[in-house]
Design a protein. Structure first.
Length: 367
């Protein structure tokens, strides 16, 4: 069984995403094979979080979402916003983690190369890390929209209103951005086979934890996280045809609401897994062993779909190394699991972290 399968919408057909899938320049069979190979390079589970390593036993999550997201992004020339930033309060120093901003900057470079206006979005605690990463990636001129910790909902509505008045948004992408957990209503409203497990939910998820942002240890981190969920909850009131994309690796990120709560709980390790799943679904939801890797795969697939592989050429392995190094030094930024200011991502050394990017470039004929 595949969870999180999405049905093409009217917007997909109007933007040409469905037509691209049949285009001979891509070729549906060849296209799907290449995307499957790209996805296989990032769909492994180095941190043993369970979402990917469980697929052999429980089925594939969000199958086809990478190709769908890439085709949608490559078919548009309108504005896009990319949201990222996951603050680590126990870090030394407390700072944004190094997973998220490098993937966002990689995708932003490709979209900008396609002639699209791109806005990077984060919150106050993560702003320094994202700005340092954008500067390192040659995107210092991009708009950086920063949500405050206080009254973030009003900020979100103002941001969406300004975007509408400036021509709207075609895409809103979240990469490694924690989102609010389920309450009973959001869990029941999810699409699933069979009845929602309301009794289990009520037993396993105490009401005070509903709607909170949790880290992978199930610690509530709302104090250090601006609630930007209204960007997704209210998006279509302002930008009616916008397409949303989520990229995550642990279940607590925006986008994971595309997968039924009970399915994520069954795959995540630990007794606190019922508290972790994010309630916010996106049109396309991408999984990777590290969220940056998901951003890499999406950037490569967008360039491939657009026939613009040369956009990936200047983003060398050394360039990716520099993104992390500069984020740690200038952001500051820290490794998420350890909280230490080391040049690595999600507990991996920088060399191990960069292996999939080298392989992606090889798949595109750039290595």
């Amino acid at each position: 069984m595949s969870y999180g399968v999405r049905i093409a919408t009217k917007q997909d057909r109007e933007t040409g995403a469905i037509g691209l899938m049949a285009n001979e320049s891509i070729g549906s069979g060849e296209w799907e094979e290449r995307v499957v190979r790209l996805e296989s390079l990032v769909r492994r589970d180095p941190a043993a979080r369970g979402l990917i390593s469980s697929e052999a036993e429980r089925g594939v999550l969000c199958e086809g979402h990478l190709s769908g997201a890439a085709l949608s992004l490559s078919a548009s020339r309108g504005p896009a916003a990319i949201l990222t930033g996951f603050f680590i309060p126990h870090g030394e120093p407390p700072a944004a983690e190094t997973d998220g901003p490098p993937g966002a900057v990689t995708l932003a470079r490709v979209l900008q190369g396609l002639g699209r206006e791109v806005v990077l979005v984060t919150d106050e605690p993560c702003a320094g890390g994202l700005r340092a990463t954008a500067d390192a990636g040659g995107l210092g001129d991009l708009e950086l929209a920063v949500a405050p910790l206080a009254d973030a909902e009003s900020w979100c509505l103002d941001f969406l209103s300004r975007r509408r008045d400036a021509g709207g948004l075609d895409h809103l992408v979240a990469i490694e951005r924690v989102g609010p957990s389920h309450g009973l209503d959001s869990m029941v409203a999810q699409s699933r086979e069979g009845e929602p497990p309301a009794t289990d939910f009520g037993r396993l998820v105490p009401e005070p934890s509903w709607g909170c942002c949790h880290n992978m240890r199930a610690r509530v981190i709302d104090e250090w996280t601006a609630d930007v969920s209204s960007l997704f909850d209210r998006l279509h009131e302002f930008c009616g045809e916008a397409v949303t994309v989520g990229i995550g690796d642990g279940g607590n990120e925006i986008g994971m609401g595309a997968v039924p709560w009970e399915e994520l709980v069954a795959r995540l390790p630990g007794e606190h897994s019922p508290l972790i799943p994010c309630r916010i679904a996106t049109d396309w939801n991408l999984l990777a062993g590290i969220s940056n890797w998901g951003g890499w795969a999406l950037a490569a697939a967008v360039a491939l779909a657009a026939g613009r592989i040369e956009l990936i050429e200047p983003m060398t392995v050394e360039w990716q190394h520099e993104l992390v190094s500069r984020m740690v030094a200038d952001g500051p930024g820290v490794d998420g699991p350890s909280g230490r200011a080391v040049v690595g991502v999600d507990g991996l050394s920088i060399d191990d972290y960069l292996v999939p990017w080298r392989a992606i470039r090889g798949e595109l004929g750039l290595e």
